[in-house]
Design a protein around this ligand. Sequence first.
Ligand code: ATP
Length: 267
Amino acid sequence: TLSHFEPMSERYKITFAEIGGLEKLKREANLKIIQPFKNPELFKRFKKQAGGGILLYGPPGCGKSYFARAIAGECGATFFNVGIDQILDMYVGNSEKNLKHLFQSARNVKPAILFVDEIDALGRRRDLLRHTNMTSTINAFLAELDGVESDNSDLLIIGATNAPWDVDSAFRRPGRFDRTLFIPPPDEHAREEIFRLLLEGIPSQNLHLSELAKLTPHFSGADLKGVVDRAGEAVIEEILEVEEGRVLLQDDLLKEISDSKPTTMEW
Ligand code: ATP
């Protein structure tokens, strides 16, 4: 069965304001990725056009998908979020057809952004491949990236991976995924910002976000979200059982932090 590709709804897009930390990356992405979409004339004068390929890499849960969604929100392009299993198909020839169809859907609504998570599953170094028929899928993908048969201007392809070293070097050539952005685990300042965003609007009292940030080294953004979610659930449970006016307190968060393990240790 061939996949059908639909753009994500506008609501799926976010803005840079919703991302904690990563200030330097936001500035870099603004200049190199977003402004070419917003001021095409200026960039054309310097012989640059919007689009191309970018590889986002870094530990899981630190905002690669989130960052891609924010790029979409900031540059006002149509956004396609593609899972690798929407492309790979066990029947010979179908993966190639899916790829063609995907790029065609995106070119039809340019300017557009294609976000492909876990790109290493597609662009895996050939020496790691077990199925030889993957080669034709990879070649089909490279042909689409190169725009061999079609015009890729105003088409941005963002690939994300936790394992950049597994990505085939053919993917990294000029004109393909020739720009790489590392999305690091959040540092203390970024963790404070992420806590601020996650806790915004939740009924609470006397929170000290800087203390929470200090106590969560190696926590990913997703780990921090887990802490806030679980602390909130515990408070809701208490409210339902006994205390109507109970709000979220520092101790609720401290307890969840001490019960949690960070996931970005090795990075
Ligand atoms: P994976 O590799 O597992 O797909 P990822 O790096 O793409 O992970 P996201 O899915 O973008 O990570 O992040 C997971 C969740 O963690 C987000 O939905 C968001 O709630 C939160 N989060 C991560 N990083 C940030 C951040 N910098 N600011 C705000 N929230 C964040």
